[in-house]
Design a protein around this ligand. Sequence first.
Ligand code: 1GP
Length: 250
Amino acid sequence: MTSVFQHLLDIKSQKGAAYIVLIDPDEKNDDTLISQVRAANDTGVDALFVGGSLMMDSKHNDRVATIKREADIPVIFFPGGVNQINTHYDAMLFLTLLSGRNPQYLIGEQVVAAPIVKDLGIEVIPTAYLLFNGGTQSTVEVMSGTKPLPMSRPDIAIAHALAAEYLGNKLIYLEAGSGAKEAIPVEIIQKVYAQTVVPLIVGGGIRSPKAARERVEAGASFIVTGTVLEENNGRGLMTEFADAVHRGKS
Ligand code: 1GP
């Protein structure tokens, strides 16, 4: 059976890039959860990332079960913490918050998670998570107690990306933070892409299909959107994003 990671790489080589929708299994999305997943099934979305930095009730595991039941595409755990692990995921990003200097998110959570992940048999995708300053204080910045990287310093971004590659990560996530005012700049993506062989996920503050397309052309292999779809519940925008990300090679 093809791994989820290989499936994502295959989509990238067939379509130029993959489009991933982030669903936060928090109570704020209770009413739209099923419609979002069904829309993703039907509009050319390639996979779902599921997770969030802060859960405001205890029902997130039930919501993930609902997402998995409804989804025809891979459901990938995008962990906000070890407490969110459950049996419903097809794979997980095994994240290290490499932009930060908080040992809890560099290795602490991972050590606690590892035996549980092994026991559950979840496919892991080693992923370096680089959080940038998207112009507003993100939930992940607050919850992780780490400083984001400056958007204005491609040299610092490149150094972190190279460290991520040499540490053996299979993906690098360039993250502006959910709801960011400013998405990761095209220039940062171009410069990081030129220096590393590791496929790039780009997310945070991407609010238009045009912005998504520009980031694919700059070198992103995977585009993630969350907030814009929470604010505009409907299939139309999802289809436009999928077409923009895939344009040219489908
Ligand atoms: C956040 O990159 C994702 O982790 C998506 O961000 O919610 O701003 O689309 P948005």
